[in-house]
Ligand binder design. Structure first.
Ligand SMILES: [Fe+2]
Ligand SMILES: [Fe+2]
Length: 224
């Protein structure tokens, strides 16, 4: 394993560990906002905590120390947006950010990592992907029963949060390439997964495509 690979892996592995740790804390905060679903949400939070530990194990297995400060810096804007939603009691935005956007990002990243993963990480990735599908489904169900009233606030929230995710992705383009993931393919996978998620909520395929194209277009305009 060469030095460039190790540096890139330490950043991507950290991003995954920090993302999973934040997902754990986000589901706990959601449990506070949605007391009727508290048990379910605490169960999802515990799954995220286990993912964070399992991915930390993947780095240890390769003898690579994750660059956690960098990952915390990269995740800060999205985490701030989530905390703001919690602070104002905005359940819908908190759910959209974690369950639709972060989970779509996670699924896309793990799917793209699967073909190049080492033998230790491969079974972990498969288990985690199955779990993340459940997290997406939780958010989709909550929003779907409130559709179409939630359509406009979902669009507004996505307008703020999706460009942040795409900017994060852009910040680690070179690292993704160095560990064998094509950044363009990852963006495509995220767009596909996110579009499918909002269609499950109730958006017509045409509307979903339009929303995603607008958001991706904004990202291109700002150089993502
Ligand atoms: Fe997770
Ligand atoms: Fe998740």
């Amino acid at each position: 394993m060469n030095c460039a690979y190790r540096v890139a892996y330490s950043r991507i592995n950290a991003l995954v560990i920090v993302g999973e740790g934040l997902a754990d804390s986000h589901f706990r905060l959601l449990a506070g906002l949605l007391p009727e679903d508290r048990d379910d949400l605490m169960r999802l939070a515990a799954m995220e905590g286990r993912h964070a530990r399992d991915f930390a194990g993947c780095g240890r297995e390769l003898g690579i120390r994750p660059d956690l400060p960098l990952a915390q810096r990269l995740f800060a804007p999205l985490h701030r947006l989530f905390r703001e939603a919690v602070r104002t009691g905005d359940r819908l935005s908190a759910l959209v950010i974690q369950c639709l956007i972060v989970e779509s990002f996670a699924v896309a990243a793990y799917r793209c990592y699967q073909p190049v993963a080492d033998a230790y990480a491969a079974p972990i990735l498969q288990m985690v992907l199955d779990d993340e599908a459940q997290h997406l489904q939780y958010g989709q169900r909550w929003l779907a029963v409130r559709f179409p009233e939630v359509a406009a606030p979902i669009e507004a929230c996505c307008g703020r949060a999706v460009p942040i995710v795409l900017a994060m992705l852009n910040a680690v383009r070179a690292d993704l390439t160095a560990i064998g993931i094509d950044p363009g393919e990852l963006v495509g996978e995220f767009v596909g997964c996110f579009q499918a998620a909002i269609e499950m909520v109730g958006f017509e395929p045409r509307q979903a495509r339009g929303l995603v194209a607008r958001l991706a277009g904004q990202a291109v305009a700002v150089g993502v």
